[in-house]
Design a protein around this ligand. Sequence first.
Ligand SMILES: Cc1cc2nc3c(=O)[nH]c(=O)nc-3n(C[C@H](O)[C@H](O)[C@H](O)COP(=O)(O)OP(=O)(O)OC[C@H]3O[C@@H](n4cnc5c(N)ncnc54)[C@H](O)[C@@H]3O)c2cc1C
Length: 454
Amino acid sequence: MNGLLKGALVACGGAAGAVALRRATQTRPRYQPWERAPYRDFPNRVLVIGGGFAGYTAARELCRLTHGRDDVGVMLISRENYFTFWPMLASVISSDVETKNVAQPLRRALIRDGASFRRADLEAVDPARHIVTAGGREFPYEHLVLALGAEPAYFGVPGVEEHAISIRGIGAGEEITNKVIERYEETTLVHGEVPESKLTFVVIGGGATGVEIASELHSLVRDLLVPDYPNIDPRSVKIILVDRNKEILKELDPALRRVARKKLADLQIEVINNVKAKEITAERVILDDGREIATENVIWTAGARASVKLDDLDFPHDERRGLLVDRFMRVEGHEDVWGIGDSAANVDEHGEPVPPNAQAAVQEGKAVARNIIAAIDGGKLEPFRYRPVGQLVEMGSEFAVNEVMGVKFSGFIAALFWRMTYLYKLESPNSRVRIAADWLLDLFYEPSVTQIRR
Ligand SMILES: Cc1cc2nc3c(=O)[nH]c(=O)nc-3n(C[C@H](O)[C@H](O)[C@H](O)COP(=O)(O)OP(=O)(O)OC[C@H]3O[C@@H](n4cnc5c(N)ncnc54)[C@H](O)[C@@H]3O)c2cc1C
């Protein structure tokens, strides 16, 4: 009886604790959905297109700055009803993070802040009429923010689009894992010698994304898949990183670059520098120095360009860097159209180009919101000031190379720092808790890797 009572008390205590934790972690909405007037009824309508790091931040900051005002309405239109938390995408390859947790939901947070959301593809902009067409409907605006992001650039290399996986969307992590498993399954069915091309994985592009993907591939083939495929010798699997620069991670400090290079050598990832891929076929990568790599598995991370949608719009832009904007982020020749994130060629207060990364996109989102409100209120616009915080590159779950405000560090502590930073930066509290729980469980149980064929 005593034991039963104790059990009941523990269960009640646990349940009360869970409810308290749930209350504490739930964010309080600024508005209930029914409290806001429809977007169309506001005298100043700010329409944000693209719900990634830049657009999402801009919309939320606009809501924060205009809280309690009834003269500014905010709407965000984006292709998907989530945004992709790109820095964690590579972790999907080794099942360290699940794809659904890389997707950060847009709707709830925006609606709670008082913004409207529509999931639609941008079709056209008519700046003379102040109208955007998206999803077959017209949306009016007084101020328009374009934040369409970037996409892979192929530089005219034949065969990339047909034969390589490129990082086009949130599914890329799973696509890479599935490709590896597909090759492993095929290999187990081969009688006799397995062609080298089946188990050679080539990552093209030695920037942070390429290095992270190559390292995650290593965890997958040298660790996770080993117990599932006893007849494949992990040493027969090759990972090759091809980079056109003299060194990989060219944006990083030279000392960290050396550490990263040594780590890749320890992981037995072969690095080929100073060469470009000239052509990709179904069975090989042809390099511009004449060498050829036999492979059926190519991952392309060699370049990015601003959204191709800009080519259909009548705004001045550079194909690679995006919309041409002034120091206040206004699109050249337009007082009420603003460009931010990877789809805009933003410059800082000294006129220096701002790099296309998440921290810049978030800072631009906040700054553009302040300038739009200043423009509405007849205030003074501020030039964009970029404050780089640093660079974090994860190389598997236990190693990273980081540079944060001038401090350089690497190894396990750096990997922990990487994890803590990006956990904190995730927008969805739900994903944050789930990813943290997964990482904790991974200490005790190895994640299982399966191929879901669709
Ligand atoms: C694999 C990968 C890893 C990365 N890792 C890092 C990192 O570790 N650190 C870092 O600082 N940066 C990293 N980056 C770069 C960073 O993610 C980008 O710089 C950042 O996402 C730019 O934000 P954005 O809002 O401009 O674009 P995005 O975040 O890509 O958002 C663009 C949005 O526009 C929407 N959209 C596009 N076209 C249309 C259309 N026609 N109609 C409607 N909506 C549209 C998209 O659906 C998307 O929601 C990484 C990028 C990649 C690809």
